[in-house]
Every structure is written in structure tokens, then in C-alpha cells.
Design a protein around this ligand. Structure first.
Ligand code: MG
Length: 303
């Protein structure tokens, strides 16, 4: 039995999906990608990261992407930030939501954002305060919550401890991310149970990668555990420049197919999302990882 009747999907393709692409994806194509997602009914879209363009060249046009996007009161344009400087850029560019990441392992936090996890917690609390003052919705992700490419197993108690400290910044929600795609559903159930016990009133979001083909199973476990918001990327594109062998996010259209056939509402148009997956495949000039792009939906829609 699924207790959740509605799931909100955060489209992360334009940021997490594209950040690892070796060839620069033109600004105009990014803008079209985001517009297509909005047209399909997605209402929270991670549009760019405000990080050092020398380290993540694909995101060097973050300001230009934001400048080209129409502002709608019902759409949250999310900017990923990793420090105060990134937040100031995202705020100036007009993001109405920011996401900050704190990595559960210190080694990965150092590699990803150049400081200790401790420093990132302090940065987050400062950023959250600044965001609230500026009328920007802040949320935070505990990354590598299911395993670290450098340190190995991550203690769930460490994830909970970081989440409890991050909660002091009064985020819109706290996300747990399987950044490198090592988690399995029983881990999802366990970690979410621990987080609920520690933070009973905090909305939770989950971010899964399909590196080892457990992404959709993990999403199912999260929904069963009562999580009402999931990250996904159209076409299942993605990876992490600082995590060896990490591959794509769970594909938005595959997730939509599963949820809709389970009777869970998403308010997102599956056909339009699928068409965008196929468009993305053309733009990238190679196959995307998503399965629905290959198989199509079911039952087939009358022509
Ligand atoms: Mg990710």
C-alpha cells in the first residue's frame, strides 16, 4: 500500500544532468530544456549551479540562463550553491530558491567544495539566514548520504547529525542524496526512519542516482516511507565531476510512468516529458540512459 497520493518532482536535469557533459551545452538549449520542463508541468527546476566556472565549465553561463528565463510565481528556479559567494551570485541572478549541499564525508566535501563538512554547515547556516532575509526559499541536501567514493560506507548517524544541525537554518526541506548511486531500498527505509525520528516535522526530499540500477527501487522505497518530493532528471542524464564513475539521476519520465501507473499524482505530463527526453537525446547526439525514451509509454497513446 502506498500512503502517499501526490509526489512533487524536482527536475534537476539542467544542473545535475548537464554538469558532467564533456561538450558545452549551448545556453539557448539549456533555456529551451527548462522551458520544456515547465511546459510539461514541472514546477521546481534546478536550473544552474553557481560554482567556480574553472571547476565546472558547463555551468559558466548560469547568469545568462537565469537572465533568459521568464519569471512565474508558480515556478521555483533553483540555484545550487556551495558557499556564500555562490549564494550571492544566485540571489543576484534572480533564483527564488537555492539549494546548498553538505557532504556527509569530509573527504568528498573537501573535493567537492574545498572546505570541511563543518565549514559547509557553518556556510549553510549563514546562507539560509541571508536567503530568508532576501525572500529566497532555502533548502539543503546532505550529499553522499548512502556512501562515499573516497571513504566508503557512511554512518547513518553522521547523516542524521548533519541534518539536525542543518535544520537550525529552517530550510524548506532537507534532502538526502545518494550522490554516487550506491544505496539500496532497505538503506533508504532505514535512513528515512532515523531522520523522521530526529526531525519529525521536517519535510524530506530524496535524490537518487541510477549508477547501480537501484535508483527507481530507492525512489519507490522513499515514497513508501512517506517522502513526497523526489529529484529526477529528464532522460536520466547526469553525474558528478568530483565523484568517479557516478552516472545519471533517476529518469524523470521513468519515475513518472511508475508513479502514474501506481495511482500517485504528479501533475506532470508524461508524454511531454518523454518528448523532451527524446529532444535531449538529439541535442546531445547520443542515447540517454532513460528506459522510457527507448520503450515508450504504455498503453500506447492513440495516434
Ligand atoms: Mg546528484
Amino acid at each position: 500500500m502506498v500512503s502517499i497520493r501526490t509526489v512533487e518532482i524536482v527536475e534537476v536535469g539542467p544542473r545535475d544532468g548537464l554538469q558532467n557533459e564533456p561538450n558545452v551545452f549551448p545556453t539557448a538549449a539549456k533555456v529551451e530544456f527548462i522551458q520544456r520542463a515547465i511546459e510539461a508541468g514541472l514546477r521546481r527546476i534546478e536550473v544552474a549551479s553557481f560554482v567556480n566556472p574553472k571547476r565546472v565549465p558547463q555551468m559558466a553561463d548560469a547568469e545568462a540562463v537565469l537572465a533568459a528565463l521568464e519569471r512565474r510565481s508558480d515556478v521555483h528556479l533553483v540555484g545550487l550553491v556551495l558557499n556564500r559567494r555562490g549564494f550571492d551570485r544566485a540571489a543576484a541572478a534572480g533564483c527564488n530558491e537555492i539549494g546548498m549541499a553538505i557532504v556527509a564525508s569530509d573527504t568528498f566535501n573537501q573535493r567537492n567544495q574545498g572546505v570541511s563538512s563543518e565549514q559547509s554547515v557553518a556556510d549553510w547556516l549563514e546562507i539560509a539566514g541571508a536567503a530568508h532575509s532576501a525572500g529566497i526559499r532555502p533548502q539543503v541536501t546532505i550529499s553522499a548520504a548512502f556512501g562515499c567514493p573516497f571513504e566508503g560506507e557512511v554512518d547513518p548517524a553522521r547523516v542524521v547529525e548533519l541534518a539536525v544541525r542543518a535544520a537550525e537554518g529552517q530550510p524548506h526541506e532537507i534532502a538526502i542524496a545518494d550522490t554516487i548511486g550506491v544505496g539500496v531500498p532497505s538503506q533508504v527505509t532505514d535512513l528515512l526512519g532515523r531522520l523522521r525520528a530526529a526531525l519529525p516535522d521536517m519535510p524530506l526530499r530524496c535524490h537518487f542516482h541510477n549508477t547501480r540500477n537501484t535508483g527507481l527501487a530507492n525512489a519507490y522505497a522513499a515514497v513508501q516511507a512517506g517522502v513526497a518530493t523526489l529529484d529526477a532528471s529528464i532522460g536520466g542524464i547526469g553525474g558528478c565531476p568530483f565523484a568517479p564513475a557516478a552516472t545519471g539521476n533517476i529518469p524523470t519520465e521513468d519515475l513518472l510512468y511508475m508513479l502514474q501507473r501506481m495511482g500517485v499524482a504528479t501533475h506532470v505530463d508524461l508524454e511531454k516529458t518523454l518528448a523532451t527526453g527524446r529532444w535531449l537525446q538529439e541535442q546531445l547526439g547520443r542515447n540517454v540512459p532513460g528506459m522510457l525514451v527507448k520503450a515508450g509509454s504504455f498503453p500506447a497513446r492513440a495516434a
